[in-house]
Design a protein around this ligand. Sequence first.
Ligand code: ADE
Length: 232
Amino acid sequence: MKINILTLFPEMFSSLTDHSIEKRALEAKLIDIKTYNIRDYSTDKHSSVDDTPFGGGAGMVMKPQPIFDCFDDIIKNSDSKKRVNVYMSPRGKTISESYLKSFLEFDEINILCGHYEGVDQRVIDTYIDREVSIGDYVLTGGELAAMVLIDATIRFIPGVLGNKNSAMEESFSNGLLEHDHYTRPYDFRGQKVPDVLLSGNHKNIDQFRKQQQIDITNARRPDLLIKDEIVE
Ligand code: ADE
C-alpha cells in the first residue's frame, strides 16, 4: 500500500515513520509513505498557500492552485490500480473499525491535510473521494488525524504486526472491548494475577476472558453490545 500525504508540515510525519511498527513496515516494504509539501507547488512569488475567504469571515482558506498541482503531480506519476483521495476533516465520516478496513481495497491512499479554516471547496469537488474525521472535535490541522488514519489502517495489512493474531484479538475486533492483560511477576506489590490464567486450561482461560470482555463492554460501552453482533 502506497500512502501519499499532501501537507504544509511534512516534518510532522517523521514522528510516525521513524518509530516502532510503522518504521518496521516501511523497512519491510509492506507500506510506502511519502510526504508532499503543498508549499513547494505554489506558483506565487511568495510561495503563499492561503488567502482570505470570499464572503468574509474569520481565518484563511487554503487556495486551490498549489493543491491542484500537487494532486496532479502525484496522479501523473502513479501506476496505482485502485486509488482513493482522502481529505481529513471534522465534516467527514468518522472512522470505525469497519470503515478502516474498507481502505484495504486500495493500493494508493492520497491524504490531504488541511489547515486554517480549511481548503477551497473546488479542491474537494475535483479530487476528494472520501472526507474522513477522527472524531467530533476540531484539531488545528489534519496531520494528527492523518497519522491516526494511517496507523489504525496499516495494522490490518498482513505482516505489519509482528504477532499475526494480535489485530484479531483486541478491542472491537469481535464487537467487544478487550479483556485485561497480565505479565510477570504473579504477585506485584500484593496484587495477584487471576489464578485461572496460570491454570494452563485454555478452555477456562478463553471463557474467563470472553466473560471479562462482555462485562467490561457492558459497563463502559453498552452501545456496542446493542449495535454490533458479537463474533465468536
Ligand atoms: N481536521 C481537524 N479536525 C479534524 C478531525 N476531527 N478529524 C479529521 N481531520 C480534522
